[in-house]
Design a binder for this molecule. Sequence first.
Ligand SMILES: Nc1ncnc2c1ncn2[C@@H]1O[C@H](COP(=O)(O)OP(=O)(O)OP(=O)(O)O)[C@@H](O)[C@H]1O
Length: 237
Amino acid sequence: MTVPASGTTTAPNSTAAGLSLLDVTLVHGDGDTAVTALDHVTLRVAPGEFVAVVGPSGSGKSSLLAVAGGLLRPTSGTVSVAGTELTSLTDKRRTEARRRHIGFVFQQSNLLSSLTVREQLLLPSHIDGRLDAAARARADELVEAVGLSHRAGSRPHQLSGGERQRAGLARALMSSPAVLLVDEPTSALDRARSAEAVRLIAEQTHEHGTATVMVTHDTAIMDAADRVYEMVDGRLS
Ligand SMILES: Nc1ncnc2c1ncn2[C@@H]1O[C@H](COP(=O)(O)OP(=O)(O)OP(=O)(O)O)[C@@H](O)[C@H]1O
């Protein structure tokens, strides 16, 4: 299984500056109910680097991905992706930067119920008016790479949990994002499928210069990562 090269319509990202979080703190809520989910976190992930983050439930791993991906604005500190400082942007520009530079793979695959697997991958190209032969070819290659060619025409309700996760992974890789943020990709996958998914992510990271952060409870994933961090009570070490 090989990660296909992106089409000519996608800008190369090998020179992008990866991901950088500098002294980031995130507080959920306020007053008596305030919870410090991230406590002065600094993390730099270079293009082509694969970082795993492990830690107990509630330690702040999902908060880290949400802030790194511009879904949540940190209470203090700065976040940059591909040379763009997300924290200085308006919400509209931050959404644009997220769409352009960041691929997410969530525990729940967040697929659109009315679209087939192939259509999920092609939707962003369609919205951007770039639905050309190169985009279609890349979608087909990625669907094959995650072992879903026989399910390309299926909608999410017709897929197993593991198949939905793999469809979500293929969709995230479609744009060869500068930054790939992955939350437990293997929870619904069997051992062999899980190893394949991690291998695909590592390959994407190293061959396309993606800065990848994967949050996991799975020790097997740590072997595939270039660096492993532990998160405890919102601190990274
Ligand atoms: N929207 C929110 N409002 C208030 N507190 C929150 C919110 N989201 C998360 N928290 C709290 O912030 C802390 C970190 O949560 P987070 O989801 O980032 O942890 P996690 O390491 O991803 O946990 P898990 O492994 O169980 O998914 C926890 O104490 C959690 O209860």
